[in-house]
Design a protein around this ligand. Structure first.
Ligand SMILES: [Cu+2]
Length: 140
């Protein structure tokens, strides 16, 4: 009886987890080193309403191994994802987004300097939950 309840709970958990929209593709990929890109390309596990999504790219002077960079980028997401009118310090062009899309090309400012950049996002999942994430790439 205990075991059956546990199984039901696990199934419920995995059902709600699979309902969460995810970023399934990212270019530049995590920790890739690239020539200054014109845009960050994102692919989602299902179409999302861009009006309820936020994407930002910041110069990211943090150093360290990938784990340290991921932690610092997660902190950046918490600190900056809701900040308004910070276009001047961002590497993306802060486009107005709307409509449903399964892919997004987020334009970047021209001539990005060499160094690390953090891509941070917040999207509204199909089940109404908010999903945040981040990724770091490097411009050579
Ligand atoms: Cu959820």
């Amino acid at each position: 009886m205990m075991r059956r309840h546990l199984l039901a709970a696990l199934l419920a958990l995995s059902a709600s987890a699979s309902a969460h929209t995810a970023v399934t593709g990212l270019t530049p990929a995590a920790f890739a080193t690239v020539s200054a890109p014109k845009a960050v390309q994102l692919t989602f596990s299902e179409p999302i309403d861009l009006h309820f999504a936020t994407f930002k790219v910041y110069p990211f002077p943090e150093t360290g191994d990938q784990l340290a960079l991921n932690r610092a980028a997660a902190d950046l997401t918490k600190a900056r994802i809701s900040v308004k009118n910070d276009e001047a310090v961002r590497a993306d062009t802060a486009p107005k987004l709307s409509g449903m899309a399964a892919r997004l090309g987020l334009p970047l400012k021209t001539g990005l300097k060499s160094g690390n950049y953090a891509v941070i996002w917040r999207i509204l999942s199909d089940d109404g939950h908010v999903v945040t994430g981040q990724s770091v790439f490097s411009v050579r």
